[in-house]
Design a protein around this ligand. Structure first.
Ligand SMILES: Nc1ncnc2c1ncn2[C@@H]1O[C@H](COP(=O)(O)OP(=O)(O)OP(=O)(O)O)[C@@H](O)[C@H]1O
Ligand SMILES: O=P(O)(O)OC[C@@]1(O)O[C@H](CO)[C@@H](O)[C@@H]1O
Length: 303
């Protein structure tokens, strides 16, 4: 089974204004509300590809109830831990530029955390856990490390999408995949990444530190895959961006779902790029039909 972990889920409120004027009343032209949080996005994309998975994390309040009700996906089992606090609402403003305001999220009690962590004691060796997104303030800053300890103790595998110190620490536990974007990789190693050669060089540091595969996502400039046996570049697919939030999460889902089924890294990378691009070109997390259409346009070359 594939499990996703979203410690801090959200309802994503996406509003469009022709032009955002700070300090004034702005009138929206449209608004949408989606279940969100990085692990939940991964789960939804996996479900769209027909891949069974279980979404774990904390949900509470009227927002949590609404998220649960709208997270109605055929291949997604909900394994959330109920909490007393209220699931956050993240605001995404689409205007001249995209602006995001992500809320802090609710406090998690010790009892809620204990109940949540009990689930990892049941993992089997063929399970894979995808850990994504920010850590609620009330949890230990090294909570991912603690969960990874539980996962590896059961001989299960994991993928992690986090940044900075937490990413650095997780690398030592040999994640199947990490997927920093260009800025996250630059921050991790405190280097400017202005050329493909520099991205490839510093991307390899992720493998040297323990990752089995690394994708560096480059938004509108494509993506790079680093593996111990070869590196690959995917050129960007041209198209109209509608909502790029969740593009990175979709990439992770596309890679992991395909890799588990085939073990073929290049094919997994192609589906990852198609999935990320299809989500960037959609209002919501991409559909399978959209991913299949984009897939035909993905060009991957060995570098
Ligand atoms: N404007 C775009 N044009 C073409 N492809 C895009 C665009 N934006 C994203 N993509 C595709 O989606 C992938 C992931 O996007 P990105 O690098 O923005 O991830 P991210 O920073 O993790 O995003 P997020 O945090 O919003 O999910 C890219 O590598 C690319 O393949
Ligand atoms: O605040 P975090 O946990 O870092 O990110 C949360 C978030 O921005 O990530 C997803 C897109 O990747 C959105 O669905 C969600 O609102």
């Amino acid at each position: 089974m594939i499990y996703t972990v979203t410690l801090n889920p959200s309802l994503d409120y996406i509003t469009r204004v022709p032009e955002l004027s700070l300090g004034e009343t702005n009138r929206a032209t449209s608004q949408l509300l989606f279940p969100g949080g990085k692990g939940i996005n991964v789960s939804r994309l996996l479900s769209h590809l027909g891949i069974e998975n279980t979404a774990l994390g904390f949900l509470g309040g009227f927002t949590g109830t609404h998220l649960q009700a709208t997270l109605n996906e055929p291949h997604l089992r909900q394994g959330f831990t109920a909490i007393a606090g209220e699931t956050r609402i993240n605001l995404k403003i689409k205007a001249q530029v995209e602006t995001e305001i992500n809320a802090t999220g609710p406090a998690i009690t010790t009892a809620e955390l204990t109940s949540f962590r009990q689930q990892f004691a049941q993992l089997a060796a063929d399970d894979l856990v995808i850990l994504s997104g920010s850590i609620p303030k009330s949890l230990d800053h090294d909570i991912y490390q603690q969960i990874i300890g539980q996962i590896t103790a059961r001989q299960a595998r994991f993928v992690i999408d986090t940044t900075g110190e937490q990413l650095q620490a997780a690398l030592q536990q040999q994640p199947l995949l990490v997927k920093p974007n260009r800025q996250e990789l630059a921050q991790l190693y405190q280097v400017p990444l202005t050329t493909h050669a520099a991205i490839q060089k510093w991307g390899h540091q992720l493998l040297a530190a323990g990752a089995q595969h690394a994708i560096v996502s480059l938004a509108g400039a494509g993506a790079m895959l680093l593996t111990p046996t070869g590196d690959y570049f995917a050129a960007p697919v041209a198209g109209q961006v509608k909502n790029s939030a969740g593009a990175g999460d979709s990439m992770i889902a596309g890679f992991v779902g395909t890799w588990l089924a085939s073990g073929d890294v290049v094919e997994s990378f192609k589906v990852a790029v198609a999935s990320g691009t299809a989500t960037a070109f959609s209002e919501d997390i991409a559909t399978k039909a959209m991913i299949e259409t984009i897939y035909e346009q993905v060009r991957v070359t060995a570098i």
